[in-house]
Ligand binder design. Structure first.
Ligand SMILES: [Zn+2]
Length: 324
């Protein structure tokens, strides 16, 4: 059999995933053979895993497939990842074409357990649909904390359906997390306001920060597009160099899950034109930091990114780590 064409059939596959997901979370749509005992949840990205772990609490374990530095746009499941997925009681993924290369695996797994896109309840009018992303929505919803809060509902509901006896616990954990994230959202708004308006431009390796820019009022420019599947070309670099020089931008940002070379190329080319610009720090865009560090949690990753951007764009670099 020939392999599937990577373009159109993938969209169809994703539709199939969504359909399968809907069927799986439909009450009464599944048999009740789910094994009792601690839940085994597997999430694709670290952000989803951290969020789900907070809601599951002591009633199960959550494994994240994509560790620090892993680019979800390019991620392919290894053999051990497939084993982990096959043993899971519940699989959580971002959706909106973020995990573009594991759509077929998710379709297969959805036949025997719930496979839930955490983005499924985000209303269409709140989804960004950038023209350059070929009719797909922007998947980077975790950068708008108020949007990320909307993923708590589908995660909680999926857990409740599997373990109704723990419903009160799951819902109470979700309420606590929601309150924490609402505070975080306000904190981000306040910190971005500290950047003088004319300096509120964030240049990053790829176009991950569109939701962030819209929510918190900062212009965002990615050298690569929404997905890292397409490499940045010379034209992309030139376009950003022109912008950096013309606007007098003083700092650009690298991302932990994307090679630094395109950002470094912009810095070098801008300097050649006599414009001094520096790398303002590393952002955790599509992957979190190491487990056990502040950046290894979803709220910590948001705080790290915001502190890095605000410090660099206000000229306050080299400052010690912030408490939020
Ligand atoms: Zn991305």
């Amino acid at each position: 059999m020939s392999r599937i064409n990577p373009r159109l059939p993938f969209s169809l596959l994703l539709i199939a995933v969504i359909a399968a997901t809907t069927a799986c979370v439909d009450p009464g749509g599944r048999d009740t053979a789910a094994p009792a005992g601690p839940l085994r949840v597997v999430a694709t990205t670290g952000m989803i895993a951290d969020t789900a772990a907070r809601i599951v609490g002591e009633h199960g374990t959550v494994n994240g497939l994509m560790g620090p530095g892993v680019d979800p746009h390019l991620y392919k499941a290894s053999e051990s990842d497939v084993r982990l997925l096959s043993d899971a009681d519940l699989i959580l993924y971002n959706g909106l074409f973020l995990e573009g290369k594991i759509g077929d695996i998710l379709v297969k797994l959805a036949r025997s357990r719930p496979v839930v896109a955490v983005s499924e309840l985000i209303p269409e009018e709140m989804r960004r649909e950038p023209p350059e992303f070929q009719g797909h929505y922007d998947p980077h919803i975790w950068f708008d904390v108020s949007l990320w809060i909307q993923t708590l509902g589908p995660v909680t509901d999926a857990l409740v359906e599997l373990r109704p006896e723990h419903e009160a616990s799951f819902r109470s954990h979700a309420d606590q997390l929601r309150a924490e994230l609402e505070q975080l959202d306000s904190w981000v708004q306040g910190r971005i306001q500290e950047i003088p308006e004319e300096h509120r431009v964030m240049v990053t390796a790829h176009d991950a920060f569109g939701y962030f820019g819209e929510r918190y009022g900062i212009e965002v420019v990615g050298i690569q597009g929404i997905s890292t599947l397409a490499e940045a070309g010379l034209q992309d670099v030139q376009r950003v160099v022109d912008l950096v020089v013309e606007r007098g931008i003083s700092a650009l940002f690298v991302e932990s899950s994307v090679p630094r070379r395109t950002v470094e190329a912009v810095v070098a080319a801008a300097r050649e034109r006599g414009h001094e610009v520096m790398i303002g720090g590393e952002l955790f865009s599509d992957a979190m930091g190491a487990a056990g560090t502040e950046e290894g949690t979803y709220p910590g990753m948001v705080r790290h990114n915001v502190n890095t951007v605000v410090d660099a764009l206000t000229g306050n670099t080299g400052a010690p780590d912030h408490d939020s």
